[in-house]
Write a protein that binds this ligand. Structure first.
Ligand SMILES: [Zn+2]
Length: 242
């Protein structure tokens, strides 16, 4: 979990105006072109324009980035509105454990004084709440650069209780992580799917030694081997015939 590990923590406190749009993350014209090419290669041309700076993506109240997730809005104090991946490239998933229940996570992420929240919370039965859009920078990793480049996923339970991590939770979380890897075009490996404990500068230990990384990565990769669900084209929608 990310209590008091907002992005100002960990010695990342340089002036926001200077660091907000670092060239490293935003890329120049060349980086944008490369991004488009990489996405096109993966057959995700439909989303290429997301990468073009200045294209504000449409936001619909209650919309989620992962099909089936329940929208539960975090306090706007616990994230920073952004326009990812146009302004910051997304190439990491950070795995967290709540050290508490699903309900506790929702409560504290809705609390404007908590100063932290993740994009998603996964319940032990596999149910997923999305609390922050992937467009936005959630304060979950305690490291500004990692917050800007990652999607944070919290898991109900406790690091020292192996029974916290249920089959349903692993399966559901793996589907979510696979969708994120696919959406932003980064590989499902331990360089790109990391634990909070691995974020530079953190003093957090989650997800802990009972989190089964081998099993989790296998599940994520199995999801990625499945065919990409194709969106229904408007021409294929049933039309009102005169
Ligand atoms: Zn954490």
């Amino acid at each position: 979990m990310g209590k008091r590990d907002g992005e100002r923590g960990g010695g990342q406190g340089a002036a926001p105006g200077i660091t907000r749009r670092r060239a490293l993350w935003i890329g120049g014209g060349g980086a944008v072109a490369a991004g488009v090419g990489a996405l096109a290669a993966q057959g995700e041309l439909a989303h290429w324009w997301w990468r073009m700076p200045g294209n504000e993506k449409p936001r619909t109240a209650g919309a989620v980035d992962f099909r089936g997730a329940q929208w539960v809005s975090a306090s706007s104090e616990n994230y920073r509105r952004a326009d990812r991946p146009a302004d910051y490239e997304i190439d990491r998933v950070v795995i967290h454990v709540v050290q508490g229940s699903y309900a506790t996570a929702l409560d504290v992420f809705r609390d404007p004084d908590h100063e932290a929240a993740a994009h998603y919370v996964v319940r032990k039965d596999g149910h997923i709440a999305q609390m922050i859009r992937e467009l936005d920078v959630a304060f979950h990793a305690g490291n500004r650069g990692y917050n800007e480049r990652s999607v944070g996923i919290e898991h109900e339970g406790y690091v020292d209780r192996p029974e916290s991590f249920t089959d349903a939770m692993y399966a559901s979380s793996a589907r979510l992580t696979a969708a994120i890897c696919r959406r932003y075009g980064f590989p499902a490996d331990r360089e790109h799917i990391v634990g909070h404990v691995e974020v530079p500068g953190t003093d957090h230990t989650d997800p802990g030694r009972h989190w089964n990384w081998g099993r989790y990565l296998e599940l994520v990769r199995a999801e990625l081997r499945k065919p990409v669900p194709q969106p229904v084209k408007s021409a294929e929608k049933p039309a009102d015939k005169p």
